[in-house]
Write a protein that binds this ligand. Structure first.
Ligand SMILES: C[S@@+](CC[C@H](N)C(=O)[O-])C[C@H]1O[C@@H](n2cnc3c(N)ncnc32)[C@H](O)[C@@H]1O
Length: 219
C-alpha cells in the first residue's frame, strides 16, 4: 500500500488526498488489520484512494458482475462488492488461504459475502476453467506481474461490450521506463503495457495514479 506517491511530491499527493472522498471506517479497519497480521506483506494492499476509485468505476459502469485477479486481504474486492447492486456477483481469484481468510472476515463484516465467490489456485487455471463467453462488466488485475498478459488474454473475451478492465502497478515505480531494469516482473509489465496499447479491442487510459493504473474499456 502506498502512503506516499512515487510520482508526486509529498505536498501535491497530500493535496489530492485531501480533495478525495475519504475511506470509511471499515476500510481503515482492514488496513490496520492487514498491517498487524501481515506486516511484511501489507505493502501489497491497494491504497484507500484506489478502493474509492474502484467503487466509483463499479457504479459508473453500472457493473453487475465483477472479477479480480489478486485478492490478498480483500480491500479491492470489498470496494467493488459494496458498490455492486444487490444481485451483483464478484469472483475473487487468489492462491493464498492465509491472506484471503482476512478478506472473508471483512466481506462478512460488510454484509457482501453472498455476492462474493473465492476460488483458490493459480488464476491462469481458474480463468481457463470459466466459460469463454462475455460475462463480466468489471475486472481488476493485481496479482503476479509475469502473468499479466495471460490474465488479459483470458479476461478480455469474457468482458461484456463496454466492460472495463483495471490493471494495477503498470508503472512499477517507474522501472518500466528504465532500460537497466531487466528483472522478470519489470520486463513482463513493459511487454504487457505495449500489448495493451496496440490492442484495438479496447480504449485505454494509463493513469498516473497509485503505482500506475491502466483503465481499458472493451469496444
Ligand atoms: C498485490 S496483492 C493484491 C492486493 C489486493 N488487490 C488488495 O486490494 O489488497 C497480489 C495477490 O496476488 C496473489 N497471487 C500471486 N500469484 C498468484 C497467482 N498465480 N494466481 C492467483 N493469485 C496470485 C497473492 O497471493 C496476493 O494476494
Amino acid at each position: 500500500m502506498a502512503s506516499s506517491s512515487a510520482y508526486l511530491p509529498e505536498h501535491l499527493h497530500a493535496y489530492t488526498l485531501a480533495h478525495t472522498t475519504p475511506a470509511d471506517d471499515l476500510v481503515g479497519e482492514l488496513v490496520a488489520r492487514t498491517r498487524e497480521a501481515l506486516p511484511e506483506q501489507s505493502r501489497m494492499q491497494i491504497c484507500p484512494e484506489q478502493a474509492t476509485l474502484l467503487a466509483m468505476l463499479t457504479r459508473l459502469t453500472g457493473a453487475r458482475d465483477a472479477v479480480e485477479v489478486g485478492t490478498f486481504t480483500g480491500l479491492s474486492s470489498l470496494a467493488v462488492a459494496r458498490a455492486l447492486p444487490a444481485d451483483g456477483t464478484m469472483l475473487c481469484l487468489d492462491v493464498s488461504e492465509e491472506y484471503t481468510a482476512i478478506a472473508r472476515e471483512f466481506w462478512a463484516k460488510a454484509g457482501v459475502e453472498d455476492k462474493v465467490t473465492l476460488t483458490l489456485g493459480p488464476a491462469v487455471d481458474s480463468l481457463a476453467a470459466l466459460p469463454d463467453t462475455p460475462r463480466f462488466d468489471l475486472a481488476f488485475i493485481d496479482a503476479d506481474k509475469v502473468n499479466y498478459e495471460r490474465y488479459w488474454a483470458a479476461l478480455l473475451p469474457r468482458m461484456r461490450t463496454g466492460g472495463v478492465i483495471v490493471v494495477d502497478n503498470v508503472l512499477w515505480s517507474g522501472r518500466v521506463l528504465d532500460p537497466a531494469e531487466d528483472d522478470a516482473d519489470t520486463a513482463a509489465l513493459r511487454a504487457f503495457n505495449a500489448l495493451v496499447a496496440r490492442d484495438h479491442r479496447v480504449d485505454t487510459v494509463m493513469l498516473l495514479f497509485a503505482d500506475g493504473l491502466t483503465v481499458a474499456r472493451k469496444r
